[in-house]
Design a binder for this molecule. Structure first.
Ligand SMILES: Nc1ncnc2c1ncn2[C@@H]1O[C@H](COP(=O)(O)OP(=O)(O)OP(=O)(O)O)[C@@H](O)[C@H]1O
Length: 630
């Protein structure tokens, strides 16, 4: 069964949007060129209508504090200096709730097959290794597990984290899930090369799932080999850690081990496969459950709807426990528009409250992607975390020259479905699939489903506006100013990261003569002609005027802007340099890039070369744009 919700394209105001959601029984989001979304300055598919986001732009207010607080919350987890009792690997406190509480595949072989009525299959890592080596590790992830950093020095560490030797206490399994890929239902997918070792509880009762990506075949491997190569593993390791340091919810990475065995890959899908070094990343997250984990069972008809409910209960119990006992005082009431003015009472249905949280967390994460210019590249529903984490670092890319139509994925080129500017709409499309799944399982009614989707839109715009307001150092959201800026940036292909970092050097002094206004931005506004200089000068003038109302000193504003505008971003070419060195056996560069990306907002004297624009070689195939071959 295909679950395809619809959203009316005629919604031009928030009210209209709400009503149209209510009117359509089966909701199907469509993808629009959003004339009012400042990211979409240039039409990609002009024949399509404008985005529903345009209708929300004027009706939500941004609060700068929201962003400040969110960024603060993200860094809390490392603030546990008082509770240091460090563990050996053997002492980890394994929990295995997933295996205990959810239906299992009765078989444990790895023969590719449809696995029905089950959320997972117990399977052991089967990857072959030859003198495996530890390439890089994250002490900050070890801290989450309360793991002694000395454990990384153990001679058996590479064997344990390639899966070649069993880790005491682990009960490995592969998860079963499905998904929509590029908008089409793909059926069962599952962990074809990721094998979970189990969940570890730390002393604060935080749950962390450990998963080896590239550890060998599972029943979900279909025709593939269950393996991963060094280049994609380095990209996943570095980017997940870099995203965390940028304050963006993400899966993490504990370590990366090179197997010592080659893996054959056709990197450009051009019929020229070659051998590449194999590798395994140990990923860590509170949970790797995806929208597709629920979708798969709902797609299999009535008999399996009970599994959707069981999985929903499991997820709420372990990952949204505050919803189990929500009291009336926390209730949120919502008027759904002219046609049906009754309220959605989230206290009467925990699944509705859950769907809203999933929608909002997804929206919030995507707003942060837009803020730093991150393009995921493969936002299929099997890559949408139910915790709103960024998951699956395939052909991702951070924007260099600003281009709203940028997609890092060569497979995405014909339609650019996953282009930068389209990510907010795709997020909604995916949330709609998730909400429809819950509604198919009779956990949500139509009104609750619509409400979850509407909350996505509102939360996205609130967070996005707050982020952009802070990036520019403004006291309130200014749609016109931000829209004009992004238009200028797109015309002149201005580097997204460097521009915002330099912008904080502008002084809020209206007496600065016109011919000096662009001096602070010189390094970002390269090669612009006279006419463009005029456009930029005019923008900077209005910007300075707006700044003068902010009440902040130049120094205060600069400090605040620099806390959200990174100096260092994991550009694809930096990943590639680290990969090239590692493939030659030199791991120092991967480790150095990790260190730099762990402090993206700091100046880091001596490391300036990691903030440079991409060199000419960065435009060669396989660096700035990648296929899914990994
Ligand atoms: N080399 C491989 N061997 C077996 N299965 C694979 C392989 N590569 C991808 N898959 C499977 O293909 C599906 C979609 O691939 P996707 O590119 O999202 O995977 P991935 O990068 O392996 O996964 P993840 O989403 O866990 O990061 C998933 O079911 C995945 O497990």
């Amino acid at each position: 069964m295909q679950i395809l919700p619809k959203i009316s394209s005629s919604s031009t105001s928030l009210l209209h949007f709400r009503s149209s959601l209510l009117l359509s029984k089966s909701l199907r989001p469509r993808f629009y060129f959003h004339s009012n979304n400042p990211f979409s300055s240039y039409p990609i598919q002009p024949h399509l209508h404008r985005s529903f986001f345009s209708s929300l732009m004027d009706s939500t207010t941004a609060t700068v504090d929201l962003v400040t607080n969110n960024f603060k919350n993200q860094s809390l987890e490392n603030d546990d200096s008082n509770s240091k009792h460090l563990l050996k690997l053997e002492d980890l406190n394994w929990d295995h709730s997933f295996v205990r509480e959810l239906p299992a595949d009765p078989r444990t072989d790895i023969i590719p097959r449809e696995v029905v009525h089950a959320c997972y299959t117990k399977v052991l890592p089967s990857v072959e290794v030859e003198n495996p080596e530890l390439v890089v590790w994250s002490e900050s992830v070890a801290e989450l597990l309360e793991l002694d950093p000395k454990e990384f020095e153990r001679p058996d560490f590479p064997l344990l984290f390639s899966g070649a030797s069993p880790l005491a206490g682990a009960v490995p399994y592969a998860q079963n899930y499905g998904g929509h890929q590029f908008g089409t239902w793909a059926g069962q997918l599952g962990d074809g090369r990721a094998i979970t070792l189990g969940e570890v509880l730390n002393s604060k009762s935080e749950r962390w799932e450990l998963q080896l990506k590239g550890a060998g075949k599972t029943p979900y491997s279909r025709f593939a080999d269950g393996l991963a190569v060094l280049r994609s593993s380095i990209r996943e390791f570095l980017c997940s850690e870099a995203m965390h340091s940028l304050g963006i919810p993400t899966t993490r990475a504990l370590c990366l081990v090179m197997t010592g065995k080659d893996v054959t890959r056709d990197m450009f899908y051009d019929g020229n496969p070659k051998d590449e070094p194999g590798a395994i990343v140990c990923r860590v997250a509170q949970s790797f459950l995806r929208f597709g984990s629920y979708q798969l069972h709902a797609s299999r008809g009535k008999e399996d709807l009970e599994i959707v409910r069981t999985l929903a209960d499991y997820t709420i119990r372990h990952h949204f426990p505050h919803l189990e006992n929500m009291s009336k005082s926390e209730s949120i009431s919502f008027s759904t528009g002219e046609e049906d003015d009754s309220a959605v009472d989230l206290t009467s249905n925990k699944y509705a409250a859950w769907a809203v949280e999933v929608a909002e967390q997804t929206a919030s994460t995507i707003a942060r992607w837009q803020g730093v210019g991150f393009t995921h590249g493969v936002m299929n529903t099997d890559n949408m975390s139910v915790l709103g984490l960024t998951i699956d670092y395939g052909p991702f890319g951070f924007l260099d020259a600003f281009d709203p139509s940028y997609t890092p994925n060569t497979t995405d080129l014909p339609g650019r479905r996953y282009r930068f500017a389209n990510q907010p709409d795709i997020g909604l499309w995916n949330v709609a699939q998730f909400a429809s799944t819950l509604s198919t399982a009779e956990l949500l009614n139509d009104k609750e489903k619509n409400y979850a989707m509407e909350r996505y839109g509102i939360k996205f715009m609130d967070d996005y506006q707050a982020i952009m307001t802070k990036k520019l150092g403004l006291s309130k959201y200014n749609k016109q100013m931000i829209g004009d800026l992004l238009k200028n940036m797109a015309v002149d292909k201005v580097d997204y990261t460097n521009f915002f970092r330099l912008l904080s050097n502008i002084k809020a002094d209206p007496t600065i003569p016109d011919n000096q206004l662009l001096i602070p931005l010189k390094a970002a506004l390269l090669d612009i002609g006279k006419e463009r200089k005029e456009a930029w000068t005019s923008w900077v003038k209005s910007y300075i005027q707006e700044l003068s109302t902010s009440g902040l000193s130049d120094e205060e504003r600069k400090a605040s802007m620099n806390s959200v505008n990174p100096k260092y971003i994991l550009r694809n070419y930096l990943c590639q340099s680290a990969i090239d060195a590692a493939e030659q056996g030199y791991f120092g560069e991967v480790r150095r890039v990790l260190k730099v990306m762990q402090h993206p907002f700091d100046e880091q004297p001596g490391m300036e070369k990691y903030a440079r624009l991409p060199p000419a070689w960065a435009y060669r195939p396989g660096v700035g744009m990648l296929s899914c071959s990994s």
